[in-house]
Write a protein that binds this ligand. Structure first.
Ligand code: SD4
Length: 344
């Protein structure tokens, strides 16, 4: 993972807007489409983009890229996502994931246990069932029926330590992903800082546009650390944590899922792009919509961030709190971490 020092300030400089017109369709010829491209949330996106890019650079499908990409994060034992992640308050890791293709097909799993790659199970739900979302024990049974292996229930060393620390107070105070909390915020739900100095986020969302000009997206998470057993966040909910409309654009979210669900966040971002707004502006308006409901005093207590990619290959991001970043790989930017603009 890259240290924060290496963040580019491209978003805040508005460089994304230099690549093409900020308004959908205006001044753009087909040749100006920036493809292929992949973007993904947080620092872990750098490693995930590498595998996604292998697919895209070889002319592969965006759907394969967004699955392969986030599988890297799901496999990483000391990360944030997948079976290495923090458990719920009963000490059990439960995972959520969703995927969406260029045809508007969608698949998702919620609160699945002991499965290494929830994103691939989500894809099987999409491709092999007439359903969109399978949850809990049923999702696990389905995964096994599709050839997935049941993994041990053990916690990773970092999760075991974090859970043990959390148990000392067992304070239930859902704050999530507020990076400037370093040193100040002692909430159990603030992200953990790893020994190497990186932050331990518990979600990765990825969006890709392939050489054929098709969009897809994925999102996979352990949800909120030390959550109530059975709690499901925004990530597996289509239109909340992830939305793809192949005609206009795609968006994925991270942060406090409850607030994203209540605003149908990523559907809102994509609708703003449909109305002609740039990805940056669409993400900003969606964040503002959330804050207009909660009020800014409450919004100072939690993080929500969106990234978006439109049909022209333009990208955007916006967050409530500073500290959010996303990784970008295309012909113009070689897998760099980009600092998102934010409200506060
Ligand atoms: C959730 N949105 O379950 C996820 C959490 C998250 O980085 O994004 N963490 O609410």
């Amino acid at each position: 993972m890259l240290p924060r020092r290496r963040f580019l300030q491209l978003s805040s400089l508005g460089l994304g807007g230099l690549m093409a017109s900020n308004s959908f369709g205006k001044g753009l010829s087909l040749n100006s489409v920036n493809k292929p491209i992949v973007i993904s949330t947080w620092d872990a996106g750098i490693a995930a983009n590498v595998d996604a890019w292998k697919v895209l650079a070889n002319g592969g499908r965006a759907l394969d890229a967004v699955e392969k990409g986030v599988m890297v994060t799901e496999s990483s034992i000391n990360c944030c996502v997948g079976l290495g992640a923090n458990p719920d308050r009963d000490g059990i890791v439960t995972l959520d994931a969703s995927i969406m293709d260029e045809h508007g097909n969608a698949g998702a799993v919620a609160a699945i246990e002991r499965i290494k790659h929830p994103i691939s199970v989500a894809r099987k739900v999409m491709e092999n069932t007439p359903h969109v979302l399978l949850a809990g024990a049923g999702a696990q049974e389905f995964a096994i029926s599709q050839g997935f292996q049941l993994e041990p229930q053990d916690l990773s060393p970092s999760a075991r330590k974090a859970y043990k620390d959390w148990l000392k107070k067992s304070e239930y105070k859902p704050e999530i992903n507020i990076e400037q909390a370093e040193g100040g915020n002692k909430s159990a739900f603030a992200p953990l800082k790893l020994d190497n100095g990186d932050w331990n986020h518990d979600t990765i969302g990825m969006l890709a546009l392939d050489q054929a000009g098709n969009l897809s997206g994925s999102c996979t998470t352990s949800g909120m650390a030390f959550k109530v057993r059975g709690r499901v966040g925004d990530s597996p909910l289509i239109g909340a944590g992830l939305y793809v409309d192949n005609a206009y654009g795609a968006a994925v979210s991270t942060g406090l899922g409850e607030e994203v669900i209540k605003s149908a966040g990523t559907h809102l971002v994509v609708e703003f792009m449909r109305q002609g707004l740039s990805p940056d502006k669409a993400c900003k308006l969606a964040v503002e919509r959330i804050v207009s409901r909660t009020g800014s005093t409450k919004a100072k207590e939690f993080q929500v961030a969106f990234i978006a990619l439109n049909k022209q290959g333009q990208v955007g991001a916006y967050a409530i709190q500073k500290g959010f970043s996303y990784a970008r790989q295309d012909q113009k930017v070689n897998n760099e971490l980009i600092a998102s603009a934010s409200m506060f």
